[in-house]
Ligand binder design. Structure first.
Ligand code: ZN
Length: 152
């Protein structure tokens, strides 16, 4: 992997954090730069997979199940806005955004749980959502934390 900032090659264990910059450059970034780098790499994360393998890599260690949970209640304003949008039809963007954000948070939590356990990849990722009470939804993201190494 070539770092976008310093153009140096960086080792594979750092892919997990971000696949665009090396860990040294990452640590020097501002909070907002970090967020956008993380967001970009999570969206096309090479080290996460909904299947049980990651292309070009093999699992050398199974660590176990990791998960992230977020609980969301619909805000009154969001609900009113969404109701108005339902009247006009089309994609209910207010709810779509809320769902995306909630899933993203659960995903991030799962990733940091995996990192704490020393994993560099998560496989078999699933999402689960349950309405725990009226208007309150729990979003669960879980997968199997593993250590992978590159196969050439
Ligand atoms: Zn760098």
């Amino acid at each position: 992997m070539i770092c976008e900032k310093c153009k140096q090659d960086f080792p594979s264990q750092y892919y997990f954090k971000t696949d665009t910059v090396c860990i040294e450059c990452f640590n020097k970034m501002s909070e907002s730069e970090k967020q956008s780098a993380l967001h970009r790499s999570l969206m096309k994360h090479p080290m996460t997979s909904t299947t049980f393998e990651i292309q070009g890599h093999r699992v050398v260690k199974q660590i176990g199940v990791v998960r992230g949970i977020t609980v969301r209640s619909r805000s009154v304003f969001g609900t009113i806005g969404a109701s108005l949008q339902t009247l006009f039809g089309g994609n209910i963007t207010l709810l779509t955004e809320l769902c995306e954000k909630t899933r993203g948070e659960a995903f991030d939590m799962m990733i940091s749980h995996a990192e704490k356990l020393g994993a560099n990849a998560v496989i078999g990722i699933r999402y689960d959502a349950t309405e725990v009470m009226d208007g309150v939804t729990e979003v669960l993201c879980y997968g199997t934390a593993v250590v992978v190494e590159r196969v050439n």
